[in-house]
Design a protein around this ligand. Structure first.
Ligand code: UDP
Ligand code: MG
Length: 171
């Protein structure tokens, strides 16, 4: 099934200039970008995005992490993407690897580049929606509908075509 999923390149990855690497790996997985922007993450957005973790001891530090407060001025924000493709949710999770960097496959992004801080936060390179329902909720949180390009399903599932049917604001 063709799915949409949310990907965030987190501040630790921005600080290490890993953006190109992440985008390359997701392209290799056969996925297409249908939405993209830089986001200065507000307190409200951070809390809403991670509301399922609000009772965890690491929550305050997690909020600081996703707001970019731990990685210096040049990384104070995240890159947000909507990716589309066949089984996009699971494919992105596979490229990302397990949540805990030490348990993640060493060839995955989190296994290769993630770490756990002394304050107990897993800095793990990217966020990836964990299932289709979460993807729908999160895409609605981070993107307005008109910010997502309307690719035909055939395009998203077929590497030989890459022309959007209609791009908002285009010719
Ligand atoms: N996290 C953490 N410690 C934990 C669990 C999660 O620091 O014990 C952080 C980590 O950055 C993770 C994010 O909280 O990516 C969201 O947690 P979730 O369980 O949703 O994992 P994910 O879906 O990102 O793999
Ligand atoms: Mg999650």
């Amino acid at each position: 099934m063709i799915e949409n999923t949310l990907v965030l390149i987190k501040p630790d990855a921005l600080q290490r200039n890993l953006t190109g690497h992440v985008v390359f790996r997701l392209a290799q997985a056969g996925l297409y970008i249908v939405g993209a922007k830089v986001v200065q993450v507000s307190d409200a957005l951070a809390h809403e995005h991670y509301k399922h973790l609000r009772n965890k001891p690491f929550f305050p530090e997690l909020i600081r992490y996703i707001k970019g407060e731990l990685h210096g001025k040049l990384s104070s924000g995240v890159l947000a993407f909507v990716y589309r493709g066949e089984n996009a949710v699971q494919k992105v999770r596979d490229v990302a690897g397990a949540t805990h960097p030490e348990q993640a496959d060493p060839k995955s992004l989190r296994g290769a580049y993630g770490r756990i801080t002394t304050k107990g936060v897993m800095e793990n390179v990217i966020h990836a929606s964990s299932d289709p329902a979460e993807a729908q909720r999160e895409i609605g949180l981070w993107f307005a509908p008109e910010e997502i390009v309307d690719l035909e399903p055939a395009v998203a599932g077929n590497a030989s075509r890459s022309v959007p049917r209609k791009a908002k604001g285009g010719l």
